[in-house]
Every structure is written in structure tokens, then in C-alpha cells.
Design a protein around this ligand. Structure first.
Ligand code: PLP
Length: 458
């Protein structure tokens, strides 16, 4: 294999560029900065969700259309944030707007089942190849139900999760999401660390953390807890550490290991579902799990969540032994948006378009990486991708620890200052594209990235 010449990142230079970019950005967001202070009088921290409060300051959005969003200062951006990947249909898609308008005029909520259930259910069965579905209102609810189902059917309490994966904001799984490197413990026995204050330490004993892409470590965890493991939840491609792809055979290997011990495999497809392929990770990697959890893209922009599972797993729910319930589950507005998104917008051929945009982003960023000798590479599939600032392949969370967060922060600032909206900055940069994005939109992203690469590269 050819060895590529790369530079070491010059962190002093990066610090200097960060200062310059922050100074450029601030005057563009005067209205957002002022408004946040106003909102903060009645809304804790001036934001609705903690992640909306990220450096250098929160940006308040006014509206979106197609691939674009406008902030309240009037700046226009190509949107690669897309509501944390929920808007793969693009903003204000006419078919989804019409479906919501039609349903709103007929009533927005009954807490009784309505007629769109069958179409949405059939579509999800076709895409994700699990036979039965229930609906909820977020990815958090979907993964919470997944864990509960695995525990209910096996009568066992312990679940396995991947170090560095996020599955929502609940006490069953919010462990070791972005764990503090000084406290993570040895790789063969990672410490299960509550991610935020308020999660009872006791619950940590119900979760065993393992590294991604390592069947031997999954086997070790299962052997050491023989007869106690209800199942494992895994993002089939990790999406909250940049994009980390599963190595060939890993997902099938997990399924085999778990099934041999009477335990279940759940794919958390909240980010991969209907984004990396029509049938998400199930289609992309050809492995059929026992449970699939969904949210984000399947709602066409409405608050949504869904859990799909085998008949065996859903038996206690169908028999009434175990409630899986919620006032807004199967809300008609969400179902109307979902039906339009799944059957009219995110159609099979729309994924060809997403793949074309992906190719443009990948090739453009790879060329810039090569040209400027960056120790970095591109990872992703379909609507999802990221530049990973590492000279060697990142296979799991621990491989990301050495990546200096100033680099991804600067990358975020460069895009934001040049008309590209990215998800609120976190250490890992990920993009999402929509069916309404164009090659020109991808070119804008690439041009900005090229400018960054020139500034920090050779
Ligand atoms: C993989 C994964 N699972 C679950 C969730 C939680 O979804 P929600 O924010 O809809 O509760 C997220 C959110 O980003 C996610 O990335």
C-alpha cells in the first residue's frame, strides 16, 4: 500500500485560526446572541435542548426550504445539520407540507389509532425486514422500549452497549456515551460511566460496555455474564463519533454470539435508518437483527419514533402482558408526515441521488485531504458522512480520543462562516444530506473544506 505524506496538525496555528474565525462569526449572529439572552429569562439556558447550546454561541433558525436554512439574523446556509439528520427529505418538502396540512384540518390528535398505521407499518416491514412495529415519539423512547422488551422476554437484566454510542436520554442506556478518557478503565473491562449527573450509579450494574468492532470482547462480556444477558443494542454504524463503519462480519458475528446464548440483538437505526440506504443498515450490511429502533428521518420532520421486532419479542405486548404505550404514540400528524416521507419522498430511487451527492462530497474532500497532506480520511454512506481527522482508521471510540477537538471546532467555524450549517459543534464532525440537496450544495461544502485544508495542511 502506498504511504501518503501527511503533516502533523499545528495546534498553535489552529488556535490562531479559531480566534480569527470566531471574530468573523460573532457579528453575523448579533440577533441570535441577543435573543438567547432574552429567552434565557424564562427558558433554562435560553435553549430547548442542551445540545442547542454549543460554542461559540447558539444560532436561532428562522426558516428552512429545500436544502437551505436562514437564521434570525438573515444569514442563508446550505444545511448539512438537517435537524440532527432528521430532514433527509429536505425542508418544507411540498408533499410533506401538503400531507400535514391535510391532516391538521382533520384533527391533530385523538390518542386512538388512525388509518395511516397500516401503510407506514408495511413500509417499515419492507425496509427493515422485521415483521411487527409500534410507534412512539423519539429515538429515546424507541431504545428505551427495545431494552425493556429484551429484558421482558428473556427475564434477564443485563444489556450490552458499545462504548461511545448514544442511544437517547434515558437511564437504561445513557452510559459511556462520551466517557472521560481518564476514567474509562481497561479496554477489556470498560467502566460503565453515567453520562450525566442524576443517573443512578445502581443502574450502571445493568449495563456492560464493550468496544465497537471487536467480537472477542463481545464474547468475553457474554462469557463472563453467562445466562444474565438479555441482549445487546448497537448502532450498526457508529454515528456519534464521526461515522465508524462496522468491519465485515462484525454485525453477523454479534448476532450469532448473542443467539447462541439466548440473547437478542437490537440495531439502533435512529441515525442510519432511511438515511444510509432505503432499508438502513439492515439493507446496507445485510444483517437482520431481532429489533430495529427508528426515529428522525422516518418522520419527515415531525417528532417520531418506532420500534420493530420479531413476533416472539412482541408477544407480551400483543397479549397485553406488557404495556408499550404513550398518549402521542401514532399521532396522526406524525403518521401523515411519515407516510408522505416514506412512500412519496424517500423512495428507492431517491437513494441514488443521495449516493451521488455522497460521491461528490467524498471525492471532493478526499482530493483536498490529498492535496494538502492532511492526516484525515472520509467515512460514510448515503446521506451520512464525516471527515475523520486521523491518519489511521478509527474503529472504535477509544481511537477518537487522540483527535484534538480544536480541529473539528475549526472545521465547524470554517463551514459556518462560509454558508454551510453543520450540527452544533461536538468533537466529531458528521454531515447529513437530503434528497433536495444538489451537487452545487456539495461543492460549496467541498470548497470550504478545501480552504480549511489549505489553512491547516502542508
Ligand atoms: C443512535 C441514536 N439513538 C437514539 C437517539 C435519540 O433520539 P432522540 O433525540 O429522538 O430521542 C439518537 C439521537 O441523536 C441517536 O443518535
Amino acid at each position: 500500500m502506498a504511504v501518503r505524506e501527511t503533516v502533523e496538525f499545528d495546534l498553535e496555528r489552529i488556535d490562531h485560526l479559531i480566534e480569527e474565525e470566531e471574530a468573523k462569526l460573532e457579528p453575523k449572529h448579533r440577533a441570535s446572541i441577543a435573543y438567547k439572552k432574552e429567552v434565557g429569562r424564562t427558558v433554562a439556558g435560553g435553549v430547548a435542548s442542551s445540545w442547542q447550546d454549543s460554542p461559540p454561541h447558539t444560532v436561532f433558525v428562522d426558516r428552512g426550504r429545500g436544502s437551505r436554512v436562514w437564521d434570525i439574523d438573515g444569514n442563508e446556509y446550505v444545511d448539512f445539520h438537517l435537524g440532527y439528520g432528521a430532514m433527509v427529505a429536505g425542508h418544507a418538502h411540498p408533499k410533506i407540507v401538503e400531507a400535514i396540512r391535510r391532516q391538521a384540518a382533520r384533527g391533530t390528535h385523538f390518542a386512538q389509532p388512525t388509518r395511516d398505521l397500516d401503510v407506514v407499518g408495511e413500509n417499515l416491514v419492507e425496509r427493515f425486514r422485521v415483521p411487527l412495529w409500534r410507534f412512539c415519539n423519539s429515538g429515546t423512547e424507541a431504545t428505551l422500549e427495545a431494552v425493556r422488551l429484551m429484558r421482558a422476554v428473556t427475564g434477564r437484566d443485563l444489556v450490552l452497549k458499545i462504548e461511545g454510542s448514544y442511544h437517547g436520554h434515558h437511564d437504561s442506556l445513557m452510559f459511556s456515551v462520551v466517557p472521560d478518557p481518564s476514567r474509562i478503565g481497561p479496554r477489556d473491562h470498560p467502566v460503565t460511566l453515567p453520562q450525566v449527573a442524576g443517573i443512578p450509579q445502581t443502574f450502571a450494574s445493568l449495563v456492560r460496555v464493550v468496544p465497537f468492532n471487536d467480537l472477542d470482547e463481545a464474547r468475553r462480556a457474554l462469557d463472563e455474564n453467562d445466562g444474565n444477558v438479555a441482549g445487546m443494542i448497537v448502532e450498526p454504524a457508529m454515528m456519534n463519533c464521526g461515522v465508524i463503519m462496522p468491519e465485515p462480519g462484525y454485525l453477523q458475528g454479534l448476532k450469532d454470539l448473542l443467539h447462541r446464548r439466548g440473547a437478542f440483538l437490537a440495531f439502533d437505526e435512529v441515525k442510519t435508518g432511511a438515511t444510509i440506504a432505503y432499508g438502513g443498515a439492515v439493507e446496507a450490511f445485510g444483517v437482520e437483527p431481532d429489533i430495529v429502533t427508528l426515529a428522525k428521518a422516518i418522520g419527515g420532520g415531525a417528532p417520531c419514533g418506532a420500534i420493530g421486532a420479531t413476533e416472539e419479542l412482541f408477544a407480551p405486548v400483543v397479549s397485553g402482558e406488557m404495556d408499550m404505550a404513550g398518549t402521542f404514540n401514532g399521532n396522526p400528524l406524525t403518521l401523515a408526515a411519515s407516510k408522505a416521507a416514506l412512500t412519496e419522498v424517500l423512495t428507492k430511487d431517491s437513494y441514488e441521488h443521495l449516493n451521488e451527492i455522497h460521491r461528490a462530497l467524498r471525492q471532493g474532500c478526499e482530493a483536498a485531504i490529498e492535496r494538502h497532506g492532511l492526516p484525515a480520511y472520509v467515512s460514510g454512506l448515503g446521506a451520512k458522512g464525516s471527515v475523520i481527522y486521523s491518519a489511521t482508521p478509527v474503529r472504535e471510540y477509544r481511537d477518537t480520543i487522540g483527535i484534538d477537538e480544536r480541529i473539528t471546532y475549526l472545521a465547524w467555524l470554517f463551514q459556518q462562516n462560509r454558508g454551510v450549517f453543520k450540527s452544533p459543534w461536538s468533537k466529531q464532525e458528521t454531515w447529513t444530506t437530503s434528497v433536495q440537496h444538489s451537487i452545487e450544495d456539495a461543492e460549496r461544502y467541498v470548497a470550504n473544506f478545501d480552504e480549511l485544508a489549505a489553512a491547516i495542511g502542508a
